[in-house]
Design a protein around this ligand. Structure first.
Ligand SMILES: Nc1ncnc2c1ncn2[C@@H]1O[C@H](COP(=O)(O)OP(=O)(O)OP(=O)(O)O)[C@@H](O)[C@H]1O
Ligand SMILES: [Mg+2]
Length: 377
């Protein structure tokens, strides 16, 4: 059985991870669509999809809530839908606010929500986006009953941010500097430059964007308000960790065939395994297809001048395809035991239901798809 298909059958959570721009959102939407068409009602929780994909999924006007994709839209696949498809676009700020609203004591709620540091934390702190994506996943898993939730993850410069996120947030709340900030000296405004000697911690990075005693007092009051939430955050971090490690949760690692992306994917694969997380497959997206034999035959029939140009183009395409093949071999060697699934580079972006469906033919192709074929080959 195809590894993605198998993962869809055995999992209730699928998480698409990988470096920025490799196709995580596309793969997440494709998997959820295919699962829904084949009878497993699914929710794709996506993050900042390309505008046209958002439009295609009916997400252009939506906030932080799930929306059912209409039957008319699903019919664009040309298939009868046996299950339902839902989609939502994760709103980072809104999810943070909901988290605070749920966990903060009523008297502290507004203090936190209106605090400038909270606003910076909820939108800019490294790891914050990843944390909130997992938080949303937890909420969807525990408060809804979708047979399958496919989680897209945010574009991260560093793939590891995703796994470290809950710890980072806890570190932020637990930080020695934060405790020090709560001292009365600070509240009275007697703060020296010492604060800025915090090294490269996340707290320091966030704080360094602000200056002035008034600001520090604001930070102190934020920390004070948040300190009571530590336990709630800690508890939740344990629960989300358990959810990610569950037998019914699978990861799909998305990458591209070029060298930089490949190194990141190999590294990320190692880290996922070290964390005992199940990697269902590595999707190598945008693979250059091999040039079909008949293209060379056709070229040979052309007049000399034109033939030379066409042959040059075919040579280049073949060289790209061969380079990708070598990359894929390297990836196979570096990640033994994890199946690879190849998706070709399409001429056009994947931005509507029909093209998602087309993509699914590759993602769900029966195993043994070692080489990417040309369309129609
Ligand atoms: N196989 C493919 N062939 C051609 N275009 C593709 C392919 N896969 C994805 N794309 C296009 O590449 C762009 C980036 O894809 P996508 O948004 O899925 O990446 P991402 O990993 O989610 O990016 P980010 O990290 O920024 O969230 C999109 O415009 C998408 O339509
Ligand atoms: Mg994306």
């Amino acid at each position: 059985m195809n590894p993605i298909d198998e993962a869809v059958h055995r999992s209730d959570v699928l998480v698409c991870v990988g470096s920025g721009g490799v196709g995580k959102t596309t793969v997440a939407a494709t998997i959820a669509l295919r699962a829904a068409i084949e009878g497993k009602t699914s929710l794709v929780c996506t993050i900042d999809p390309a505008r046209r994909l958002a439009n295609a999924l009916g997400l252009d006007l939506l906030g932080n809530t799930e929306q059912r994709i209409t039957t008319a839209l699903l019919e664009q696949t040309g298939q009868p839908a046996q299950g339902e498809l839902y989609a939502m676009m994760l709103d980072m700020k809104r999810t943070w606010d909901e988290l605070i609203e749920r966990n903060a004591p009523p008297d502290k709620r507004d203090k936190i929500l209106n605090n400038r540091f909270y606003q910076a934390l909820s939108t800019a702190l490294a790891g914050s986006q990843e944390y909130i994506a997992i938080e949303k996943l937890w909420e969807l898993r525990t408060q809804r009953n979708y047979p399958l939730v496919v989680l897209d993850t945010p574009p991260t410069a560093h793939a590891l941010d995703f796994l470290d996120a809950p710890n980072r947030i806890l570190d932020f709340l637990d930080n020695e500097a934060a405790k020090w900030l709560l001292t009365p000296a600070l509240a009275a405004g007697k703060v020296g430059l010492k604060l800025f000697n915090l090294g490269s911690s996340y707290v320091a990075k966030t704080i360094s964007r602000f200056t002035g005693t008034e600001t520090l007092q604001e930070l102190a009051s934020f920390m004070l308000a948040l300190s009571g939430l530590n336990e709630a955050f800690r508890e939740r971090a344990h629960q989300t960790r358990a959810l990610l490690e569950a037998q019914t949760t699978s990861f799909v690692l998305v990458t591209g065939p070029m060298a930089e992306r490949l190194d990141e994917a190999i590294y990320f694969h190692t880290v996922l395994q070290q964390h005992h997380l199940q990697v269902a497959a590595i999707v190598v997206n945008r693979v250059h297809p091999l040039v079909p034999a008949r293209a060379w035959e056709d070229a040979s029939q052309l007049p000399a001048g034109l033939r030379a140009r066409v042959v040059k183009t075919l040579d280049e395409a073949e060289a790209n395809a061969q380079a990708d093949r070598r990359s894929i071999e390297r990836l196979k060697d570096a990640c033994p035991g994890t199946p690879l699934v190849l998706v070709p580079r399409f001429e056009r972006d994947v931005h509507d239901i029909a093209s998602l469906w087309q993509t699914s033919a590759h993602l769900f192709e029966p195993q043994g798809a070692g080489l990417v074929k040309q369309p129609g080959q």
